[in-house]
Design a protein. Structure first.
Lengths: 113, 521
């Protein structure tokens, strides 16, 4: 129950990891507590800084939508995603076609190789 | 013979009774129907757990239906098994345990989640039929009965995917799934027919005992492989999955994960227990490995760009199937090489098998949390969500547990199974490990996106009246969370008691055959 998990190349011991997490957590909290002591909850210190502008009332106006996440990654891989969009075209006859093609290739490999 | 000898039959009889009695209990009102729903699903779990314990202690169980003795696979001096035979080894029991847990969690979740919809007696019936088909695929020792259970599960899932039949998208998803699935099922039937015509046998163990590779056997293998790869959602046949998983009610998506894994189990059973040592070349093993790699990378790349939460999770389900195929594929690759099997093949196999159980738990939980988001906001679009951690911190906590597990962050259970796969796949080729690691990074990236957009940030005005999450939905998610935490904090125990016996059973073709054929083998 408490044994290490041997992978053949090393091991995994969750309890060593948890001890490490506890030590790291302790030092993190210690660093945090050694910061400024003049914070007061419910004062101007709690206000959101929005580049000097008024903070919109609706949270939706200052949220980053899911569509905007990893914009650069998606932009870089646009040709790939254009191709994948054609592959995932939603047409069931195409899906069946891919399946038949797959069967043909696999059967050829298994029978002749 | 005590009642425990009938556990294999009970595993199928209980959900069958649950399905056909559901409309009767529905006549007694909503409460009675819900009590029946929860009770039967809990009983299925208890039977599966007892069966797993029994197999762990006593080894392979054989249960003969319609014969002169429940335990006699070769009655009255017959040389070949002809009855309906259930054969449960540690791998089958392992799969049944995972399936029954997700079924129970889904049932608890459904009670409140589906409460506002009509046709609930049909829902409960179909849900239990789906559970029955899935468990049947996992415990049958007969190839034709595997086809029958595959069809039961398929037909039930068509109905459940299209359960919200007023939505055209749900009907379309179910139709696509039906077309693809029926073609696959017909191929399974043709392959079974080929093998029956060649050997006059349908029993998997008996087929394994006489299997000699020829043209018929090779074509049958290709057909079975293709059909089951489609059903489990491998590249390039996974295209039905995002639609079907996204449109089905969340509790059904949770169960569909293990139903797809039952097809993966079928693929492994065919490769290891029927063909096994007859697979003299490595084409099948490499096909499983390469398909696993492509599936994991392509699907995760599609998941990163999704903004519809259940679609995103459906792509991750495909991606995680790739890990299982990779681990078990490496095990199959070195099956005939005892030295390599001992050095890294069995570790890969353990990783792949462990990942099956882990995936069932955390992916099931992720679908339930996605369902909770839909329940709260009425939308599956992440662009319309934000700040929901304030509305339901419990859901956010369980989402984080499941997301950390699927991304393979230490110390979660997903990390343990992935570590076994990474390190053993490195021995085959470092490139394989690189692909697996990149997939994990992208998995983490997309779940960070979900957590940030759905749970963090300021609250949206439109979500001020988000619905409160009912307690039964929390219980459904809680069951899977507890399972994940147990697997996380007791990895040694999980591996030695749950995973290793299953992996050993998978590679022990002689044991699987011997349990049926006995002295005739």
């Amino acid at each position: 129950m408490w044994e290490k998990i041997l992978t053949g190349f090393g091991y995994w011991d969750i309890y060593s990891w948890l001890i490490f997490l506890a030590i790291a957590g302790f030092f993190t909290l210690w660093l945090r507590n050694s910061g400024r002591q003049d914070y007061k909850e419910g004062t101007y210190q709690d206000e959101i800084y929005f580049s000097g502008n008024d903070v919109p009332e609706d949270g939706a106006d200052i949220s980053v939508p899911a569509d905007s996440a990893y914009w650069g990654f998606i932009k870089f891989f646009t040709p790939y995603y254009d191709f994948m969009a054609k592959f995932h075209n939603g047409l069931v006859q195409d899906y069946v076609g891919y399946f038949i093609l797959f069967i043909a290739v696999l059967t050829t490999l298994i029978v002749f190789v | 013979m005590n009642w425990q000898a009938h556990l294999p039959a009970l595993l199928l009889a209980v959900p069958l009774l649950g399905a056909f009695a559901a409309p009767v209990f529905n006549l007694g009102g909503k409460t009675l129907r819900n009590v029946w729903f929860i009770t039967v699903s809990t009983c299925v779990f208890l039977v599966a757990f007892a069966l797993w314990r029994d197999v762990s202690v006593n080894g392979i169980l054989v249960y003969v239906m319609g014969g002169e003795d429940f335990a006699l696979s070769l009655p009255s001096g017959m040389k070949l098994p002809v009855r309906i035979i259930l054969e449960i080894d540690a791998m089958s029991a392992f799969m049944a345990l995972a399936g029954s847990i997700t079924s129970m969690a889904g049932a608890w979740f459904s009670v409140s989640y589906m409460d506002r919809f009509s046709g609930m007696s049909r829902f409960v019936s179909l849900y239990f039929l789906l559970t029955l088909g899935m468990l049947g695929m996992m415990v049958t020792g007969d190839l034709f009965n595997f086809f029958v259970f595959l069809e039961i599960a398929s037909v039930a899932s068509y109905g459940l995917v299209a359960f919200w039949r007023d939505k055209p998208q749900a009907i379309e998803a179910s139709f696509k799934y039906m077309v693809m699935s029926q073609i696959a099922a017909m191929l399974v039937l043709i392959a079974v027919g080929f093998l029956y015509g060649r050997y006059n046998l349908l029993n998997m163990g008996a087929l394994g005992s006489v299997m000699q590779m020829g043209l018929v056997e090779k074509v049958s293998l290709a057909l079975l492989f293709s059909a089951l790869a489609l059903k489990c959602g491998s590249f390039p046949m996974y295209l039905w999955i995002p639609d079907a998983y996204a449109e089905a009610p969340a509790s059904v998506s949770c169960l569909l994960v293990t139903v797809s894994q039952a097809s993966l189990y079928g693929l492994f059973r065919v490769a290891f227990s029927i063909y096994g040592v007859s697979l003299t070349n490595s084409v099948v093993a490499w096909a499983i490995i390469i398909l696993g790699l492509i599936s994991m990378l392509v699907a995760v790349s599609m998941a990163v760009v999704q903004h519809e939460v259940k679609r995103l999770m459906a792509y991750h389900a495909i991606s995680q199937t790739g890990y299982m195929m990779l681990g078990v594929g490496i095990g199959l690759l070195v099956l005939g090489n005892p030295e390599a099997l001992a050095e890294y093949g069995f570790t890969a196999l353990k990783g792949g098998v462990f990942h099956i159980f882990n995936h069932a738990m955390y992916k099931g939980l992720l679908f339930l949390t996605a369902g909770t988001l839909f329940y709260m906001t009425g939308s599956r679009d992440l662009n319309k969500m934000g700040g929901l951690i304030r509305r339901s911190p419990g859901t956010a906590f369980m989402f984080v547990i499941a997301a950390a597990a699927i991304a393979g962050l230490p110390p979660m259970n997903g990390y343990t199974s992935k570590l076994l796969i990474y390190q053993s796949s490195f021995a085959v080729h470092p490139f394989i490990t690189v692909v697996a690691l990149v997939t994990s990074v992208l998995t983490l990236a997309s779940f960070v996106k979900v957590f940030q957009t759905a749970f963090l940030g300021p609250e949206h005005k439109a979500l001020v009246n988000a619905r409160k999450v009912p307690s039964t939905m929390m219980v459904g998610m809680g069951i899977l969370t507890v399972a994940i935490l147990l697997l996380t904090f007791l990895p040694g125990s999980a591996l030695s008691n749950l995973v290793e016996p299953a992996a050993k059973a998978l590679v022990d073709q002689a044991g699987y055959i011997g349990a049926i054929m006995g002295g005739a083998f």
